[in-house]
Design a binder for this molecule. Structure first.
Ligand code: HMG
Ligand code: MG
Length: 298
């Protein structure tokens, strides 16, 4: 059965802009966030409190949040890897964070400079402190299907990593196909494995990158398997600077076209969103890769 309503977690301002070679001015980021909220988004990932040398594109996190006009009823989660990131995020007044773990050792080293076990140790006090203060905590899990260095990732390994992250006390789990290699049968199998391992699917989100054109098919498989939270990036912006061959996320417009057609509520207005991505493409100086933006945005 399909859900009646899907919560879209809009990751364009973070997953999208972290991968732009040019640094986007803070004023453009603020207008992007406002436009996404005006389009009806209620969860917009705003930025990351990571090391500014690792992701210079988001080094303006403090400036962005202090200037951001936070709309009531809108959640603005931010990525936080460690205690230092959490203290920066708390000082900026955030009310929701996301930690980000890896299912594979190679990506844990490349993205976090630590093993999988060491990264769980790094996250534990972050989640404990954040939960003590009443913050929601999303846990991302990357490389859930394939890893550019290790190849296909065993289901058991992914399910174990998912349980380890959720056991820290996280409120939501987002399963990432970081390099966009998954196909729908694998999505069904992983959701089954994660649910069998004791993680309730009402807490689980899917995070697809569209490298091989499978993101929408994978999303439908996930919805049919009991998922109702989907990550997407306006205009299909994005990728991960520490994962070779990752292209943009599933484009939010492509997702909304599908969900509108299925009669599934999202609260997001497609026309306003397309205008936003056309505007953003102009700021970035290249067209959006989203098929729906191309079809409607001309
Ligand atoms: P490290 O070098 O191991 O850090 O990096 P450290 O703990 O050894 O500290 C070294 C120095 O960095 C210290 O300064 C710290 O204070 C400072 P010093 O004492 O030497 O002057 N430092 C910080 N400064 C500011 N903010 C911080 C911070 N932390 C330490 N938060 C670290 C470890 C985790 C910091 C680094 O590896 C990092 O920043 N990684 C982030 C990489 C990243 O953002 N990747 C993209 C997001 S993940 C993604 O895109 C995937 C996702 O979309 C899902 C999917 O698609 O699969 C979520
Ligand atoms: Mg991603």
């Amino acid at each position: 059965d399909l859900p009646e309503r899907v919560t879209i977690c809009e990751v364009g301002p973070r997953d999208g802009l972290q991968n732009e070679s040019a640094i986007v001015p803070v004023g453009v980021k603020l207008e992007f966030l406002d436009r996404l909220v005006a389009a009806g988004h209620r969860v917009v990932e705003a930025t990351s409190f990571v090391h500014p040398k690792w992701v210079p594109q988001l080094a303006d996190a403090e400036e962005l949040l202090s200037a951001l006009d936070r709309h009531p009823g809108v959640r603005y989660p931010v990525l936080v890897p460690n205690a230092k990131g959490l203290s920066r995020a708390l000082a900026a007044g955030v009310d929701e964070i996301a930690i980000f773990g890896s299912a594979t050792e190679t990506f844990a080293q490349r993205n976090l400079n630590r093993s999988v076990a060491e990264s769980i140790e790094m996250f534990a006090p972050v989640v404990a402190t954040a939960r003590d203060r009443g913050l929601r905590v999303r846990a991302y899990l990357s490389m859930c299907f394939g890893d550019p260095w290790e190849g296909p990732v065993p289901l058991r390994q992914v399910a174990d990593a998912a349980v380890a992250l959720m056991s820290l006390g996280c409120t939501e789990l987002s399963l990432g196909d970081t390099i966009g290699v998954a196909t729908p049968g694998q999505v069904r199998a992983l959701l089954h494995a994660v649910s069998d391992a004791g993680v309730g699917l009402e807490q689980v989100a899917v995070h697809f990158h569209d490298t091989y054109g499978q993101a929408l098919a994978n999303t439908l498989a996930a919805l049919e398997s009991g998922i109702s939270i989907v990550d997407a990036s306006a205009g299909g912006l994005g990728g991960c600077p520490y994962a070779e061959s990752a292209t943009g996320n599933l484009a939010t417009e492509d997702l909304v076209w599908q969900l509108d057609g299925l009669g599934i509520e999202t609260g997001v207005d497609l026309g306003t969103l397309v205008e936003t991505s056309v505007w953003m493409a102009r700021q970035l100086g290249r067209p959006s890769p989203s098929r729906v933006v191309q079809a409607l945005g001309g």
